[in-house]
Design a protein around this ligand. Structure first.
Ligand SMILES: C[S@@+](CC[C@H](N)C(=O)[O-])C[C@H]1O[C@@H](n2cnc3c(N)ncnc32)[C@H](O)[C@@H]1O
Length: 193
């Protein structure tokens, strides 16, 4: 997922807006999030980072690719209360936080590290904090390349959370700049107990 391919991805996605799943999260955002910390994991060009920042969170935007931040800075300039961190999720130490957004990044975590990364995320989110993110399901065309999880497996990662929204989608559509593929996506929004 890194290098030339990611630059192409950023070119394709730099004109996009906030992901619909994060927009869905608007329903649940607490009224005052000043001093609340959020992570945008695998932030890419920062469309979700910008949304979280605009909604009052102090955001730690994390991406394995330094190019992501070149695109973010070009698109948004200096974002208010946003820290940029170049790191893989596998190497990231998460500090206690109130929100983790992980949009289309978890499937790209090394399968051998997947459970540890998910556990670190669950532990870092404070009580009443939120997780917003998605997983590839077992019918996704990329099932042999990246990590896929069933709905039951997804639920098992968020046992310490109340699930507020969960949606499984299967659709044939192009990947960014790529050919049509079968997407099997599990979207989830949940709140730590
Ligand atoms: C498909 S893009 C999604 C970008 C953005 N979140 C969005 O929804 O448009 C995946 C992003 O995650 C980053 N990424 C991939 N594997 C990663 C990893 N193991 N750790 C951290 N970032 C990773 C890529 O560099 C890329 O920016």
């Amino acid at each position: 997922m890194i290098g030339v391919f990611m630059k192409e991805y950023y070119e394709q996605t730099k004109g996009r807006s906030t992901r619909p799943l994060l927009m869905e999260f608007l329903k649940y955002i607490p009224s005052d999030v000043s001093n609340y910390t959020a992570y945008d994991l695998g932030c890419g060009v920062g469309n979700d980072t910008n949304f979280m920042s605009e909604n009052g969170y102090r955001v730690k935007a994390v991406d394995i690719s330094a190019d992501a931040f070149v695109y973010m800075n070009k698109k948004f300039g200096k974002l208010e209360h946003v820290e940029q961190i170049v790191s893989s999720l596998e190497d990231l130490t998460l500090e206690p936080c109130n929100l983790v957004n992980a949009s289309l990044v978890l499937p790209f975590v090394k399968s051998s590290d997947f459970d540890v990364v998910l556990e670190r995320i669950a532990v870092a989110i404070k009580s009443k904090g939120f997780f917003v993110g998605n997983f590839f399901g077992p019918k996704d065309d990329w099932k042999n390349k990246f990590v896929v999880k069933s709905v039951d497996e997804v639920k098992s990662y968020v046992k310490s959370f109340d699930i507020l929204y969960i949606k499984e989608t299967e659709v044939d559509a192009p990947s960014a700049g790529g050919p049509v593929k079968h997407w099997h996506i599990i979207d989830i929004i949940c709140q730590k107990k």
